[in-house]
Design a protein around this ligand. Structure first.
Ligand SMILES: CCCCCCC/C=C/C(=O)SCCNC(=O)CCNC(=O)[C@H](O)C(C)(C)COP(=O)(O)OP(=O)(O)OC[C@H]1O[C@@H](n2cnc3c(N)ncnc32)[C@H](O)[C@@H]1OP(=O)(O)O
Ligand SMILES: NC(=O)C1=CN([C@@H]2O[C@H](COP(=O)(O)OP(=O)(O)OC[C@H]3O[C@@H](n4cnc5c(N)ncnc54)[C@H](OP(=O)(O)O)[C@@H]3O)[C@@H](O)[C@H]2O)C=CC1
Length: 279
């Protein structure tokens, strides 16, 4: 039973969710399976993946250990899904991440690590699934998770560059692969209160995070997962080449509005005095 969508909405679909052993990927796998999809979760560690599958009451979930940066592993894992299920309808490129460091301290290896994970891993997965399953099978959908603000992610230069690259990939491929009926979109979350976000970053960063959002609260993994489900459903059939921002308006403004310095004397948003016409 799904809280938002009708039962059986995704019956018969086969979906891959990378990074499905935790956070947004885990919740996405659970939501997709609750709508009837058979979900295959990819990740480097087996244990969290099997934990995700244990949380899927229907049993429509299987775990595949795969490092998305390794071409041979990606090829073998995608071939395996096809051999077992004969089709792949949906790929969710969710695996990704970065470390927070001022740009001048990022080493060549550190930069390469994040680009390989986010951009090259997404490309390898997308290319393998498209060429092996979606092009021969007559179409499919790809959803890639990126990040806001689109104006830049200070402290995360490598991730900022890679996320822009992913969004560009989705847009370009939505044009090239329209002839194969492959629909590709990005979902750009702002700050989502996953275990990794809450535990990986410095505490001052995490504790002040909600204040940086106009809505003054963090997003939840479900809010991202439900958008994936919508795109996977017939409601998403004509959506392609789009970037869907889900971030409480943080892409538009950092912090609450109005900022304190702009408050009027009564504590309300400042308002100019209306003048007589012509003055
Ligand atoms: C107000 C707040 C706004 C901020 C918004 C933020 C919103 C949140 C966004 C999120 O994405 S939350 C979820 C994030 N999830 C992840 O990041 C999970 C995946 N991440 C990882 O696996 C790692 O963090 C990784 C570094 C991206 C990749 O790990 P991998 O195991 O492949 O690499 P390592 O062997 O650990 O490191 C390789 C290389 O990278 C450099 N490096 C790694 N960590 C750091 C660090 N903390 N500081 C500096 N440099 C680092 C370094 O060069 C490593 O090489 P060696 O030095 O180990 O040889
Ligand atoms: N939480 C947030 O505020 C936001 C998150 N995002 C993005 O959303 C996605 C999910 O975030 P979140 O759930 O918070 O993060 P998590 O850290 O919980 O999830 C990342 C997942 O990716 C997997 N992963 C990492 N490296 C690889 C790899 N090389 N191959 C295969 N799988 C890999 C991890 O599993 P394993 O280590 O076992 O491989 C893990 O399950 C990420 O791309 C993140 O950057 C975007 C905006 C905001």
């Amino acid at each position: 039973m799904n809280e938002i969508f009708r039962d059986g909405l995704l019956d018969g679909q086969v979906a891959i969710v990378t990074g499905g052993g935790s956070g947004i990927g885990r919740v996405t796998a659970i939501e997709l399976a609750s709508l009837g999809a058979h979900v295959v979760v990819f990740g480097r560690r087996e244990e969290p993946l099997t934990e995700t599958c244990a949380l899927v009451p229907s049993g429509r979930c299987e775990a595949v250990v795969c490092d998305i940066r390794e071409e041979d592993e990606v090829d073998a894992a995608v071939d395996g899904v096809l051999a077992r299920h004969g089709r792949i309808d949906l790929l969710v490129n969710n695996a990704g991440g970065q470390f927070l460091t001022p740009a001048e301290l990022i080493t060549p290896k550190g930069f390469r690590t994040v680009i390989r994970l986010n951009l090259e891993g997404t490309w390898l997965m997308t290319h393998a699934v498209a060429t092996k399953a979606m092009i021969p099978g007559g179409g499919g959908k790809v959803v890639s998770i990126t990040m806001t603000p689109h104006t830049g992610l200070p402290g995360m230069t490598h991730s900022s560059a890679s996320r822009a690259g992913i969004e560009s990939l989705m847009k370009t491929l939505s044009i090239e692969w329209a002839r194969f009926d492959i629909r590709l979109n990005a979902i750009a979350p702002g700050i989502v209160g996953t275990d990794t976000f809450l535990t990986k970053y410095p505490s001052q960063f995490v504790e002040g995070a909600a204040e940086t959002v106009p809505l003054q609260r963090l997003g939840t993994p479900e809010q991202i997962a439900w958008m994936v489900c919508q795109l996977a459903s017939p409601a998403g059939d004509y959506t392609t080449g789009s970037v869907i921002t889900i971030d409480g308006a943080r892409d538009n403004h950092i912090g609450a509005w109005p900022p304190e310095r702009e408050l009027g004397p009564d504590g309300k948003p400042a308002q100019e005095v209306r003048r007589p016409r012509g003055r």
